[in-house]
Design a protein around this ligand. Sequence first.
Ligand code: PMP
Length: 413
Amino acid sequence: MVWFLWFHGSLRFCFACYTAGKMSSISVPPPKCLQKPLTVPYRHMFGPGPSNVPSRILEAGANPVIGHMHPEIFEIMNDIKSGIQYMFQTQNKMTLAVSGTGHSAMECAIFNAVEPGESVLVAVNGIWGERAAEMAERIGARVNTIVAPPGGCFTIEEMEKALSKHRPALLFVAHGESSTGVLHPLDGIGQLCHKYNCLFLVDSVASIGGAPVYMDQQGIDILYTGSQKVLNAPPGTAPISFSERACQKIFSRRTKPVSFYLDLSWLANYWGCDGKPSRVYHHTGPVTAFYSLRESLSVLVEEGLENSWERHLKVAEYFHAGLESMGLKLFVKEKRLRLPTVTTIVAPYGYDWKEITSFIMKTHNLEISGGLGPSVGLVLRVGLMGCNSSRENVDMVLAALKDALKHCHKSKV
Ligand code: PMP
């Protein structure tokens, strides 16, 4: 029956083409939907990412496409590299942006730094630790985890105990755990890792630019982030940097990294980080995404890193006070552990969190989200990042939440 309908449909299409004057060889007609113009609504993007992209950055991305190996692009890539070094506070030569989202940088870090059979330790306090562990498992690493309850973090003593027990080649920590809203303290961990001859890998996708990170001073060996959060660039590029120690390990591997696309020796050459006189084609760099990333780094440079950290902290404190005055509870109890970019609110008792997020989207044209991974059902998440981190936006979110609590169904129990 299905075959008959398909055959019949194709025949009708061919016949239509024939009667229109020419016999077509194609059996899939041009889709009607693509004959209508593209429409994209404006939304307040106050979830955990992506955040709104200001017109200045959108316009930068609308510049003409030129070749990914043209000298002007190499200059733009060099500017990006300097911007990342500033944002990460590092002098590392091996600093670049992976062509992909945050996940591609995660895989780039793990796939290059770890060889099959090596030991990896993952500090799991949310979904990003879970995913890092899964990535390391997939390449045949021996993975050990320490797990904190959602909303918690690890002490230096717990870290040291695990490092001395498992003797890993790499330790993973998410600085900004966007699934739980935790800002994990980093001080002292790098030094510990070096004592145990282990590389220190930090995920700063949700925190960079919004909370202090000092890559070199904190002894971080590999640090990566994404473009679509505090940087307010479209998703699709992922800044990453490798210390001298990380490079020494990576460039003396016995085996080739499992991914050609993410192989650091190729990326290092494309980004002019390997000191070689010429660059060889590896992949087609997403040049328009590079323009946007460069512009977003310019915005950060203009504001100044410390001012940006301060603004995110002040706005988060203002937001948290507003939530508490409404009777809502913050999921992360200890103030110093609260991520200033992504706030987790204990899911209001008696409500269905999905009804709240849908109501706010429908009525206020505003995205906030529910939990992710271990925090599903436990929290609402609000991200105010980069240009979105302002008191006006806090007031908008608080008003939307008040409205939702008034209109959404509340169970009697
Ligand atoms: N790490 C963290 C802390 C994140 O918040 C995210 C994105 N939510 C990622 C990694 C993955 O980034 P992407 O979605 O850009 O691949």
